[in-house]
Write a protein that binds this ligand. Structure first.
Ligand code: UDP
Ligand code: MG
Length: 357
């Protein structure tokens, strides 16, 4: 392979939230796999997503002993999808593996993903054929979610597929250029297209710790996924509206007939029924519209998607300026390249990355 020495063939990006127990083991397995594939030309990007345990300290000690480890610390907990996006933004490899840090997705699968990409795939994603160590509730809700999503979504999003995937740099750059805040990475990658190949694998149980996805987060995630990729809920309100208009017309017809017959006092119950039914329908419709309007408001704010506090490699740490997350992918790479290779500040001075010893 004819790359320049500092060109990275592979980045492994793992978001970590309170993963102190398993992180050392994850890093050991990821590093061994990456070394077998790319020699020294790889990096492991560990994103600390506002952990409250010793995760950042573990990342710091890993970075001190392994030059390939790049630690990224977010200012607070942003959730898995944004932490993953932050890691992708910081990565510089030609191929990028996005993987959970809890060892549910075996890093060794990379050995099978790489040859598939050598044969021309843009994305190789892991498809779970069996999941170990997860509750029946998690399995049932995940299965319901994937089935609902594949019915509703405007692009084909494969079932039983998480964010565990190997992507080509151009796919990662497009993904990072998509400005939406409510990010559903697996759907967005499907939307990008190109040659996407599934690789079936068995999902292991967590190495250590517990799931960071309680029911509340799972429901929020499902709402994000469906509203980002489907306008079917909006159409439901249209159908409900049409149906209720039909009922209203029938009721009006009925009332007129009763009026002609001189029996206008009867019908109190039907009026009550109509009032409750229609107010329920109106509330449902307002709720659905509100879901989208809420998103419009969020998007309009144009807040940075995430805020990186600092980067860490070896014994150098870098402070990241405010505008970093709004720079385009090429700009970010240039800033990181310059900073991490000690070439000083960003070429155009737009972003000042301070290298502090
Ligand atoms: N994670 C994160 N931020 C969060 C929640 C989770 O970065 O707010 C990370 C977590 O450390 C793990 C990955 O995302 O590496 C997947 O999370 P988890 O294993 O809890 O989800 P599950 O596999 O149960 O769906
Ligand atoms: Mg997990």
């Amino acid at each position: 392979m004819n790359q320049k020495p500092q060109e990275l063939l592979l980045s492994i990006v793992a978001p970590c939230h309170n993963e102190e127990e398993g992180l050392g083991e994850f890093c050991r397995r990821a590093e061994a796999t990456a070394r077998g594939i790319a020699g020294e030309a790889f990096e492991i990007v560990l994103v600390d997503d506002g952990s409250t345990d010793g995760t950042w300290e573990i990342i710091a000690s890993l970075a001190a002993t392994t030059p390939q480890v790049l630690g990224v610390r977010l200012m607070r907990n942003h959730g898995h999808q944004l932490a993953a996006t932050a890691g992708l933004a910081a990565s510089r490899g030609e191929r990028v593996l996005l993987i959970d840090a809890d060892l549910q997705d075996p890093p060794e699968l990379l050995l099978m993903m790489m040859p598939i990409m050598d044969r021309g795939a843009d994305v190789v994603y892991g498809q779970r054929v069996r999941r170990q160590g997860e509750s029946w509730f998690k399995l049932a809700s995940a299965s319901l979610f994937y089935r609902l999503l594949s019915r509703l979504a405007s692009v084909a999003i494969p079932r039983d597929v998480g964010d565990f995937r190997l992507m080509r740099r151009r796919v990662v750059d497009i993904l990072l250029a998509m400005p939406e805040r409510d990010r559903f990475i697996r759907g967005m990658v499907s939307w990008i297209g190109g040659r996407q190949v599934a690789l079936p694998y068995e999902r292991d149980a967590r190495f250590a710790g517990t799931t960071k996805y309680p029911l509340r987060k799972m429901i929020n995630f499902a709402i994000d996924a469906i509203t980002s990729f489907s306008t079917v809920p909006l159409r439901i309100s249209t159908w409900l509206g049409l149906a209720s208009a039909g009922c209203a017309a029938l009721l009006l017809f009925y009332t007129l007939i009763r009026w002609v017959e001189g029996e206008t006092i009867v019908g109190w119950s039907s009026i009550m029924a109509a009032i409750t039914a229609f107010s329920a329908i109106q509330l449902i419709c307002i709720g659905i519209i509100g879901e989208y309007v809420g998103r419009l408001v969020q998007e309009n704010k144009r807040r940075p998607m995430f805020m990186i506090e600092s980067l860490l490699q070896g014994d150098r740490s870098l402070d990241i300026p405010g505008g970093f997350s709004d720079m385009d992918a090429a700009g970010k790479r240039r800033v990181l390249d310059d900073a991490l290779h000690g070439l000083g500040e960003g070429a155009d001075g737009a972003a000042q990355v301070r290298a502090i010893q």
